[in-house]
Design a protein around this ligand. Structure first.
Ligand code: ADE
Length: 258
């Protein structure tokens, strides 16, 4: 089973969204696992705050290194339940644990949601769908203390050139995109082969009943029953829409305007 682990201050946000629809069914059927780690559970103060002012000044707050690191160690203990547990309390976690944390971290993919990261795309999703454990570290406020990143060494990944209020929505989107590539998650195994991006092209237009609505007709070819002609039409439509809307993808696929 493919396991997604999300380290977040807002576990309900992630759980509530992914428990709906296709991902919800995949979780129920145990095709994918969703494990939520509430970073706030590792807060080291009475008010349970996990953020503080930024050294050197500047607006906003930053997530502190300690609760992030302790929650990461705790997660490693869950993933490596066959190995001796590492300490997770403030008092017991010393510099001496760092080498073992780094060693265990090597066996899993750890992603930090950040606009500074590598842009997420279908290829990235396909790569992740082959993993057994993928960790999503979600920052909030202005981000996370850099030392947490140097201890955990996550790969930074971005949803695109815009700024979200936190990593949760980005992680939800990525988990959704990866889940549907996990065998069995989509009822029809073929349904992800044909669509946008998997052949490097955008998807052709599709129609369902009725054959005519308010004078708008479904293209005759699609009603012809001629499979070869339908395939040819779809390929031509895919090429046309890709050249028109995404010249960058068209070029990669070796298409020209002609
Ligand atoms: N967190 C804030 N903005 C983000 C983005 N564009 N992608 C991923 N995580 C983010």
């Amino acid at each position: 089973m493919m396991n997604f682990h999300v380290m977040t201050l807002f576990p309900d946000m992630v759980r509530n969204t992914l428990s709906e629809s296709i991902t919800g069914r995949a979780i129920e059927k145990q095709l994918i696992g969703l494990n939520l780690i509430n970073i706030r559970d590792f807060a080291q103060n009475k008010t349970r705050h996990v953020d503080d002012y930024i050294y050197g000044g500047g607006s906003g707050m930053l997530m502190q290194v300690e609760p992030v690191f302790l929650s990461f160690i705790s997660l490693l203990n869950q993933i490596y339940s066959d190995r001796e547990s590492l300490p997770t309390s403030k008092e017991e976690v010393t510099e001496a644990v760092i080498p073992e944390v780094k060693e265990r971290r090597k066996g899993i993919r750890v992603l930090y949601m950040s606009p500074k990261g590598r842009t997420f795309d279908q290829e990235y999703a396909a790569e992740l769908s082959k993993e057994e454990n993928v960790v999503f570290l979600c920052g909030h406020y202005e981000g996370i203390d850099e030392r947490a990143l140097s201890l955990i060494e996550p790969e930074e990944v971005s949803l695109g050139d815009f700024v979200l209020t936190g990593g949760e929505i980005a992680s939800i989107a990525m988990i959704d995109a990866v889940s549907r590539l996990v065998p069995g998650v989509l009822g029809n195994e073929m349904s992800y082969v044909d669509e946008s991006f998997s052949g490097g092209l955008l998807e052709y237009p599709q129609y369902t009943r009725p054959a005519e609505y308010l004078g708008l007709k479904v293209p005759d070819i699609l009603l012809s029953g001629d499979h070869a002609k339908v395939e040819k039409w779809r390929r031509a439509e895919s090429e046309a829409v890709t050249v028109e809307r995404r010249p960058d993808l068209a070029e990669k696929a070796g298409l020209t305007k002609d």
